[in-house]
Design a protein around this ligand. Structure first.
Ligand SMILES: O=C(O)[C@H](CS(=O)(=O)O)OP(=O)(O)O
Ligand SMILES: [Mg+2]
Length: 227
């Protein structure tokens, strides 16, 4: 089994399985959305596409950001703390973000595409190792932030769990997330960015599912796959 780590959201050659990482904050948001009862999360390349999807499905909720900030007309920000408090039971979301969603949409040339932040990293690694390990020759782990160490640390953590080595610890990952450039604006004295978002990005959650992209419909969507 060959495991390669790439940084950035650009397309890569196809692999047997791809794990797209976005710790701050897209796929931490997705994880909390499912825990709050969301059924599915459609992925939108652009704001315009997100609004177009909502035009045909007015009960869908739009979630996302531009430069990390709220989008006028969207129902939710790209904020794990806000989503963790939302009532999303039975809801469909449409997510548009700068790094994670773009990287996921650029990975659809591969059959099995998983997404996670740090919150579901261990579960995702276990699923790959146990559930699919035997059939996978090539695995790509995409650290979606182009230069940030948050996603890279999480990618190295997942690789170590799949390979069952101890090359990086949870605490080392947490330290690198806190020190990453993507975390800076949340830990500065900001009226726009919540420090609680980073707190949520750092917390591993005990859940019995992974987040996998279903490519069978017109619009790719993240759905829960139970172990
Ligand atoms: O909203 C975020 O945290 C980031 C945007 S930025 O890198 O902070 O400008 O988007 P994401 O796609 O979740 O990395
Ligand atoms: Mg990010």
């Amino acid at each position: 089994m060959q495991i390669s780590i790439y940084q950035g959201s650009g397309p890569q050659a196809a692999a047997d399985a791809v794990i797209v990482i976005d710790v701050i904050r897209a796929f931490t948001v997705a994880h909390y959305a499912f825990l709050q009862g969301a059924e599915r999360i459609y992925l939108a390349q652009t704001i315009e596409q997100a609004f177009k999807i909502k035009e045909g499905n007015p009960d869908y909720l739009l979630a996302g950001e531009v430069h990390g900030e709220a989008i006028e007309g969207f129902d939710l920000e790209n904020s794990p703390d806000q989503v963790a408090r939302a009532h999303l039971y039975g809801k469909s979301l449409v997510q548009k973000t700068t790094n994670g969603v773009r990287a996921a949409l650029n990975s659809l040339n591969s059959k099995h595409v998983f997404v996670t932040g740090f919150t579901n990293a261990e579960m995702t690694a276990k699923f790959i190792r146990r559930g699919m390990g035997e059939g996978l020759e090539t695995i790509q782990i995409i650290a979606s932030h182009p230069t940030g160490d948050d996603d890279l640390a999480c990618a190295e953590y997942i690789r170590s769990l799949i390979k069952d080595d101890t090359s990086i610890t949870k605490n080392q990952v947490r330290e690198r997330i806190i020190r990453s450039e993507a975390a800076e604006k949340f830990l500065a004295d900001s009226t726009i960015f919540r420090p609680e978002d980073i707190t949520r990005c750092l917390k591993e959650l005990d859940t019995d599912f992974v987040m996998k992209i279903n490519q069978s419909g017109k619009i790719p969507m993240i759905e829960r796959v139970h172990l």
